[in-house]
Each structure stands twice: as structure tokens, then as C-alpha cells.
Design a protein around this ligand. Structure first.
Ligand code: ADP
Ligand code: MG
Length: 361
């Protein structure tokens, strides 16, 4: 089997990139560095500007202002085929009248690469995406997953330093999508090209990325590793978008941070609490049975519903302060016997070390 070698990965520096469509701002002064060989995901809701940003990187969207450097070279005005960028679209965009090999070799033919070299590189790309021997097949004969692999082979066949992918797995069913997530990640490790990946699926972003940039209304809300974004979200939008969370308003009374009149045990002083919310992730709360130690925050409430998931259960609890929150418990052995029921009074605990404050934005 022929193995593709690692490409020379190229870092991307984006500065002040702005794109308007009429009055609508699709990209609002985007500053973003993508490191050489990194797998960076743009994560955001529909309409947040992810595709526009990717198209600006590929050269299909001309920004109104800002700078874009690939490997230190200003690229904002370069035409798409001079950027050394491979691209995989959501819709595959394969040519239906060409077979698999012709689809993959298309960009090389445009570049006037000799025929025998095209054949060799197409075979190599097919091997890389584990479709060896599929070159003569018609695109119509392929499954969704196979088409996506062909689209990927076409994007990598000319050894680009940068690979851009726009929601490439969104048309696949859940099982195939999860399989392809692992495959894409493995391919990235093998080829090592700088990769910018777009998704609106937070689980996909968490499981695949070296770093994630959360995009909202054309702005970068936060950039960090999956762990940083989940554990230390900068604001309510990021906390809500990545994972599930409830947020408690914090009152400061006589210099003490409180919720519903009870003092909170936080990692910071009351001064740092202004305009902040306490983030409550469902798995960071525990159902308390015994005495709370001095570092525990204690919340009292009533169970309003319960969903049993086999390996875990999810409670909805209305706290004494009126907030409605979710609590996840893990079922171990005969746990279902000890599970709280609807209408039960319940005491929840969260350790001081698990308290995270987020800006209310
Ligand atoms: P995403 O990929 O995150 O869903 P897009 O980048 O496609 O978001 O769109 C960002 C914003 O720009 C949206 O409000 C969208 O309606 C607008 N937009 C994108 N492309 C165009 C276009 N060609 N003409 C006008 N508005 C556009
Ligand atoms: Mg899009």
C-alpha cells in the first residue's frame, strides 16, 4: 500500500477580517491564528459566519477588509487555485458525469500535471481514504460515506498545506458520522496538514479538535482546547453552546456572594462576581445524603421530573431560589432503587473547586 507523506503544513494568521452583505455583517473583525498542522474547528450556530470565513480562506469570498496570511505571505487577494488549499464541501460537490478517478484527478488536470503522474497520485489518494481500487466506479454507485471519502481524496490529491472542511459529515447518519469523525482525525494525524473544520455540532467539535473557535454573529467568542472551553467558558453563550448548563444569578450582600439568600462558596472573592453567573453543569452536582463539608455549596430544591437512561439518569430540579436546573446521576448496580422521584425534596452539593463564573453575555 502506498502511503502519503506528511505535507508541509502552513500556519494561518487572520487579522481584522470583515465581510458585509448589505447591512448584515457576516464577519466582524475576525482575529484568529491557526497553528501549523493544527486541527482547528469553527463552531457556531447556523448563520454565525462559519461558511463565510471558510470561503474567505479558500478565496471564494472577498473580504471587505482585513488581512489573511498563509505561512506569513499575504493571501487575501490571491485566487483560490494559488492558495494551496484543499476544500471539502457539505454537499460533496462531486461531478456526476465523471468516475471516481476523474473526480479526484480534476484539479491536477487543470494544473496540467502529466497523465501518468495524475494516475499515480489519484491511486495514492484513494489508498489514503481507504478506497483503493474504486477509481473506475461511477459516483452514482457510491454510498454517502464513500462519496465523502472521494471528496476528501480530491481535496488532498495535490498535497495542500491547508485543508478546509465545511460540515463534511452533516449528510451522514449518526453511526457513519461518528465513524468518519475518527477516520478524519486519523487522516489528519497521518497527513499533518493545517486543518480548519466547520461544524455546528458541539460533540463533534469536542471529540475531533486540537482547538475550537466558537463563532457567534461573525465574531470569535472564545478560542481554546475542548477542555478549556468546556471547563472555563468565557461567557454564557459559550457555556450554553458547549455542553449543557444552568446559570444562577449571584447577589452580593454585605460583601458576600449569595444565591437565594444563602452564601456561596466560590473560588473568587465577591468583587469578581459582579455581572457574573454561576455555571451549573448537570454532572458537577451531586445528590447529598450526609453532612456537607465547609467547601460544599448546598442547594435545596424539589424534583420536577426524572428521565432514566439506563447508564445514568437526569433530574430536573427547581431550586428554592426559583432556578430550574438539570442534575445527572450515574447508575451503578441497583442505583435505580436509590434514585429520587418526582416531587421529592432534594439537597444538591457542588464543591467550591467546581464553581465556575461566566459573564452574562
Ligand atoms: P454559517 O455557515 O455559520 O451558517 P454563513 O457564513 O453561511 O453562516 O452566513 C453568515 C451570515 O451571512 C448569515 O446571516 C447569512 O445570511 C449571510 N450571508 C452569507 N452568504 C451570503 C450571501 N451570499 N449574500 C447575502 N448574505 C449572505
Ligand atoms: Mg455554513
Amino acid at each position: 500500500m502506498t502511503e502519503k507523506k506528511k505535507a508541509a503544513a502552513v500556519p494561518i494568521a487572520i487579522e481584522g477580517l470583515t465581510k458585509r452583505y448589505g447591512a448584515a455583517v457576516a464577519l466582524d473583525h475576525i482575529d484568529l491564528d491557526v497553528r501549523s498542522g493544527e486541527f482547528l474547528t469553527l463552531l457556531g450556530p447556523s448563520g454565525s459566519g462559519k461558511t463565510t470565513l471558510l470561503m474567505a480562506l479558500a478565496g471564494f469570498v472577498r473580504p471587505d477588509s482585513g488581512s489573511l496570511r498563509f505561512g506569513g505571505v499575504e493571501t487575501v487577494c490571491a485566487p483560490p487555485h494559488k492558495r494551496g488549499v484543499g476544500m471539502v464541501f457539505q454537499s460533496y460537490a462531486l461531478f456526476p458525469h465523471m468516475n471516481v478517478a476523474e473526480n479526484i484527478g480534476f484539479a491536477l488536470r487543470l494544473r496540467k500535471v502529466p497523465r501518468d503522474e495524475i494516475a499515480r497520485r489519484v491511486d495514492e489518494a484513494l489508498e489514503t481514504v481507504e478506497l483503493g481500487g474504486y477509481g473506475a466506479r461511477s459516483v452514482a454507485q457510491l454510498s454517502g460515506g464513500q462519496r465523502q471519502r472521494v471528496a476528501l481524496a480530491r481535496a488532498i490529491v495535490f498535497d495542500p498545506g491547508i485543508l478546509l472542511m465545511d460540515e463534511p459529515l452533516s449528510a451522514l447518519d449518526k453511526k457513519l458520522r461518528e465513524h468518519m469523525q475518527v477516520e478524519l482525525r486519523r487522516l489528519h494525524e497521518k497527513l499533518g496538514m493545517t486543518t480548519v473544520y466547520v461544524t455546528h455540532d458541539q460533540r463533534e467539535a469536542l471529540s475531533m479538535s486540537d482547538r475550537i473557535a466558537v463563532i457567534h454573529r461573525g465574531k470569535v467568542m472564545q478560542i481554546g482546547t475542548p477542555g478549556e472551553l468546556y471547563e472555563q467558558p468565557a461567557n454564557r453563550f459559550v457555556a450554553d453552546f458547549i455542553g449543557e448548563s444552568a446559570f444562577l444569578p449571584i447577589e452580593v450582600r454585605d460583601g458576600v456572594a449569595c444565591y437565594a439568600g444563602r452564601p456561596l462558596r466560590l473560588q473568587t472573592g465577591a468583587d469578581a462576581c459582579r455581572d457574573k453567573l454561576l455555571m451549573l453543569r448537570p454532572e458537577r452536582l451531586s445528590v447529598m445524603t450526609g453532612e456537607a463539608d465547609a467547601d460544599m455549596n448546598v442547594f435545596r430544591g424539589t424534583v420536577s421530573s426524572l428521565a432514566y437512561h439506563g447508564d445514568s439518569y437526569l433530574l430536573q430540579v427547581v431550586l428554592e431560589g426559583g432556578a430550574s436546573i438539570s442534575v445527572r446521576g450515574v447508575c451503578r448496580g441497583h442505583a435505580s432503587a436509590g434514585m429520587p422521584g418526582k416531587g421529592d425534596a432534594i439537597t444538591l452539593g457542588m464543591h467550591r473547586q467546581d464553581t465556575v463564573l461566566v459573564a452574562d453575555a
